[in-house]
Design a protein around this ligand. Structure first.
Ligand SMILES: NC(=O)c1ccc[n+]([C@@H]2O[C@H](COP(=O)([O-])OP(=O)(O)OC[C@H]3O[C@@H](n4cnc5c(N)ncnc54)[C@H](OP(=O)(O)O)[C@@H]3O)[C@@H](O)[C@H]2O)c1
Length: 247
């Protein structure tokens, strides 16, 4: 099924987990994917794999906290392929802990990657979307962006709520039909996200929950594909994807 044939899609955080699964699925469905993350060897290996399976894939080393890196990602796609149809803002970290622990470094890191990283995506992509007359921003948010999921998630949830709010803002400013926005909120997905958790107790608990009920990252990739596959006059605003057994 090549429902995404001809689409140029850049994906942040594509070196593993949900981003990698999204790059692989979209390429299987005919999209040209540009994989972005900090670990060059990981995205290069995944892109090589995709090409060996007959797909089209390029890479760009990006730290989403750096606005210039996102501008380089977008301008590189435009230079190479003539445009960029979709930017998937997926990169994220979760060094979660109770507020009382005062992990101010973790708070700053989540704000920088999850929130500032998203704004850097908007700043880099919006002018190109407007110039080419169309474009689609997809963000991987979280169930934690919808309601408090656990006592240790306040700052993580705040960054994810902020991302949803900015999506809402972008949608209300895009009624001329040029820019589509989609916010996808996963529940537990089996990935390496727990590695970014600094508190050993919370890290172990999260890994346990992921092992017990996590769904595969491909489940989120299918939601991304569904949103992108819609005709240009149809916007899928929000999708929640959780394990059936998750409350
Ligand atoms: N897994 C879950 O249960 C779950 C649930 C809800 C929401 N989410 C969200 O889903 C998204 C993907 O997470 P995941 O579960 O797939 O976790 P993951 O396997 O840890 O992947 C995170 C990705 O983000 C990238 N990243 C982190 N910091 C970055 C930075 N400064 N610049 C560029 N890339 C950066 C990492 O790449 P490099 O290290 O190579 O840069 C990696 O590719 C995140 O936004 C997360 O909040 C996950």
């Amino acid at each position: 099924m090549l429902s995404l044939h001809g689409k140029i899609v850049a994906i942040t955080g594509a070196s593993g987990g949900i981003g990698e699964a999204t790059a692989r699925l979209l390429a299987q469905r005919g999209a040209t994917v540009v994989l972005a993350a900090r670990r060059a060897e990981r995205i290069d290996a995944i892109a090589r794999d995709i090409r060996e399976e007959g797909g089209r894939a390029a890479t760009c080393v990006v730290d989403v906290t750096q606005a210039g890196d996102l501008r380089r990602l977008v301008s590189g796609a435009v230079e190479q392929y003539g445009r960029m149809d979709v930017l998937v803002n997926n990169a994220g970290i979760a060094p979660i802990s109770p507020l009382a622990d005062l992990d101010t470094e973790g708070w700053t890191a989540m704000i920088d990657v999850n929130l500032r990283g998203m704004l850097n995506c908007v700043a880099a992509a919006l002018p190109v979307f407007r110039e080419q007359g169309s474009g689609h921003l997809v963000s991987i948010v979280s169930m934690a962006g919808l309601h408090a999921v656990s006592p240790s998630m306040a700052v993580y949830a705040a960054t994810k709520n902020a991302v949803r709010t900015i999506h809402d803002g972008l949608r209300t400013e895009s009624t001329d039909g040029v820019v589509r926005t989609t916010a996808i909120s996963p529940g537990y997905v089996s990935t390496d996200l727990a590695d970014s958790m600094t508190d050993p107790h919370i890290r172990e608990l999260t890994r346990k929950n992921m092992d017990a009920m996590g769904i595969p990252p491909a489940a989120i990739a299918r939601a991304v594909a569904f949103a992108i596959e819609q005709p240009g006059d149809v916007e899928i605003g929000e999708i929640n994807v959780r394990p059936t057994v998750q409350a």
